[in-house]
Design a protein around this ligand. Structure first.
Ligand code: GTP
Length: 364
């Protein structure tokens, strides 16, 4: 490759894996795939596509499976976001590695950036590509340093930054570097992944390459990073976007304590703090208090209700004086007046809980 081509992002394609069922975010993912859940007012995937576009990469493949049709209906060919989107769908989900292998025939560039479709990050994508090119690796992994690596498999590197092992979760990790879910692959390596069967990139592809002595480089940084796979992380990530703690080109630098979408109605004495988002056509009643809440389109929060660190699904209703904390409320569910839902409660879509129907205290 000529030197003047080496930093041409146009010679790079991106693949975003969006085919997972998102079981940890049920019941929200029963109706929408995880990357399409609204986050700071737009589908989560829009933030990721905007970041890829900002790095100068416009040729993007979506590796779909679960609810594949939803992506094409919303994004079409990607022109609205200034990118060229194509879709490759797995009839049977093939896992993260199988999903990468499945798009092989749609790849035209020699260098392929692969993203898990649920990672919120602030890393400079161009720097990850630079690491790949200057190290001469066949695969480069973005690794992020976390405060407590015990909940993750960790990925140590040697003095030259080469990945030396993939370790399972352990109480005594030798490094705080974890796999951040963004990879650079030389296209040929993708062709080596077994085709037509489920393959995990983390548990099968990377360990096999290492065992063969192949060059996997680590790109380590401490930029903002969050896997949006659980309700706790989804709520935190959404709030961080609203408050500008997590960067997103699609928010155009508009950040504050809350974000209210056009068409929503918020009573003048309602309190919205902690990176709360109110979706369009949603209604927030008098004296309601929302702290780090994610209120989807068309949901109703009645007078005096309190919603903290929780997600309220499309068209759901929270009754007067209810307390909702660390909870997920499915689409169209109705929570009766003065109910209390706390500590990881999940209400399935359409469920109706009567007034005072569930409480964690006796002072009704
Ligand atoms: P959970 O069921 O809650 O673990 O979520 P998930 O199904 O999304 O799995 P996980 O978080 O491990 O997936 C990481 C990324 O890979 C997500 O963006 C998924 O959409 C994507 N992914 C997971 N499995 C597949 C698959 O079989 N095919 C494709 N194309 N993508 C997948």
């Amino acid at each position: 490759m000529a030197p003047d081509q080496q930093h041409d992002p146009g010679s790079v394609q991106a693949l975003i894996l969006v085919g997972g069922k998102g079981t940890r975010l049920r019941p929200l993912t029963l109706s929408a795939p995880k990357p399409m859940l609204p986050t700071a007012g737009v589908p989560f995937l829009t933030h990721l596509i905007s970041r890829i576009r900002e790095a100068g990469i416009t040729d993007i493949v979506l590796g779909t499976s679960y609810r594949a049709e939803v992506f094409a209906e919303y994004y079409g060919d990607g022109a609205d976001l200034g990118v060229n989107l194509t879709y490759v769908t797995e009839e049977e989900a093939l896992g993260t590695g199988g999903g990468i292998r499945n798009v092989y025939d749609a790849l035209t560039a020699d260098t392929v950036l692969v993203f898990n479709g649920d990672v919120l990050g602030g890393t400079d994508i161009r720097e990850v590509l630079d690491t790949h090119r200057t190290s001469g690796a066949e695969v480069t992994l973005h690794l992020v340093r976390v405060g407590d690596p015990r909940a993750f498999g960790c990925v140590p590197t040697d003095a030259d930054g080469r990945v030396s092992a993939f370790l399972e979760k352990t109480q005594d990790p030798p490094t705080n570097q974890i796999n951040a879910g963004t990879y650079v692959f030389n296209r040929d390596v993708i062709g080596e992944i077994p085709a037509g069967r489920p393959v995990s990139v983390e548990r099968e592809v990377f360990p096999k390459l290492l065992a063969e002595g192949r060059h996997i480089q680590g790109h380590v940084d401490a930029a903002y990073w969050r896997d949006m796979g659980t309700p706790e992380d989804f709520v935190r990530g959404s709030a961080d976007l609203v408050r500008g703690i997590a960067p997103s080109p699609s928010l155009n630098g508009t950040c504050g304590e809350s974000l209210v979408k056009a068409g929503a109605h918020v009573a003048s004495d309602a309190v919205l703090v902690g990176g709360t988002v109110v979706g369009s056509e949603a209604q927030i009643g008098p004296r309601a208090r929302l702290d780090g809440a994610v209120i989807f389109d068309g949901a109703i929060i009645e007078a005096g209700a309190v919603v903290e660190r929780s997600i309220v699904g499309f068209g759901a209703r929270v009754g007067r004086g209810a307390l909702i904390r660390d909870t997920v409320i499915g689409d169209q569910a109705h929570i009766g007046a003065r109910c209390e839902l706390l500590r990881g409660a999940r209400v399935w879509p359409g469920v109706q809980i009567p007034e005072n129907g569930i409480r964690f205290s006796t002072d009704v």
